[in-house]
Design a protein around this ligand. Structure first.
Ligand code: NAP
Length: 297
């Protein structure tokens, strides 16, 4: 193995420790950050993610309000709950776990969240601000990927970055963040021709697809930095296994850095959610972001 591992679990522990310090500082000013999570239906994986988010919030001193709604909840009842949370001063962040059942208009739900409480950064105002490089709430997964890249202290300016996947929650905001870092950015997707040849030119690869082991050794330039966002459940010898979009066993021998799955981007996403909650809490109370968190940027 030649690649160094970017340990998301370790980095997330460090970020969470700083978030915890920042929460204590806010508490001294009588500010108590709060995060509300809403899950609709009983998808096992989503339920675990949301519970972990609530648990992590409590660990760093953020108040957690968890709402579990039935699969057949009416859209108007979900919107009513969000409206109540928008008006509740104890809540600084509102997260609605996606995907939502098909009878619910996800865009309408996301846009109903008060932009100052949109800790996922998905609503149209925050997404627009991210797109034009203005101060906004940066979506947690791309932010986590950026902090992982920064953690290895390499010059990002001028690097050729290829992002595989163009979703609103990962691929597109990731492209914008890397453009802001002066990378030259290419996004590839399911209709891209000769995808392997394009990826092979990348100094930085961000894979956010949802296809197990899609990126093979032959796609990767020697020395590339590879960030694996994918989370895929596969069966290996009758056992469930969690793997990414990168074929880790192959790519570790050619990349210079690679993130593992599990233990890579996933924990960083949660750490960034907690950080975003503290940012929004500070902003909503018209005080500056605690200095120790500013230093993470
Ligand atoms: P998504 O909305 O389904 O988007 C997937 C993207 O991959 C689409 O742009 C799609 O292209 C593209 N794609 C599909 N097949 C492809 C192929 N054969 N070659 C190249 N591109 C292809 O997914 P997402 O929400 O961005 O999530 C992507 C993955 O990241 C999933 O595994 C998800 O579970 C994981 N994820 C992890 C975290 C975390 O915290 N670690 C957070 C969010 C998501 P088209 O646009 O052309 O359809």
């Amino acid at each position: 193995m030649t690649a160094k591992i970017i340990d998301g679990k370790l980095l997330a522990t460090k970020v969470k420790a700083q978030v915890s310090i920042a929460v204590s500082e806010l508490n001294k000013k009588n500010i108590f950050p709060g995060l509300a999570t809403i899950i609709v239906g009983n998808d096992a994986a989503s339920s675990i993610y949301v519970k972990n988010k609530g648990k992590s919030a409590k660990e760093v001193g953020i108040e957690s309000f968890q709402y579990e709604l039935p699969e057949n909840v009416l859209e108007k009842d979900l919107l009513e709950l969000i409206n109540k949370l928008n008006l509740n001063n104890a809540v600084d962040g509102i997260l609605v776990q996606l995907p939502l059942p098909i009878h619910i208009n996800s865009n309408q739900v996301i846009d109903s969240i008060d932009p100052s409480k949109d800790v996922d950064g998905f609503n149209v105002l925050n997404a627009g601000k991210t797109f034009i490089g203005r101060d906004s709430v940066i979506p947690c997964t791309p932010l986590g990927c950026l902090l992982m890249l920064r953690s290895i202290n390499i010059e990002l300016r001028g690097k050729n970055a290829v992002i595989i996947g163009r979703s609103n929650i990962v691929g597109k905001p990731m492209a914008q963040l890397l453009l802001n870092e002066d990378c030259t950015v290419t996004i590839v997707h399911s209709k891209t021709n000769n995808i392997n040849k394009i990826v092979k030119k990348a100094d930085i690869i961000i894979a956010a697809v949802g296809i197990a082991n899609l990126v093979k050794e032959s796609w990767v330039k020697k020395g590339a930095i590879v960030i694996d966002v994918g989370i895929n459940r596969i069966q290996v010898e009758d056992k469930n296994k969690l793997v990414g979009d990168i074929n880790f066993d192959e790519v570790k021998d050619i990349a210079s850095y690679v993130t593992p799955v599990p233990g890579g981007v996933g924990p960083m996403t949660i750490a960034c959610l907690l950080m975003n909650t503290v940012f929004q809490s500070a902003k909503r109370n018209s005080i500056s972001i605690p200095d120790n968190l500013k230093k993470l940027f």
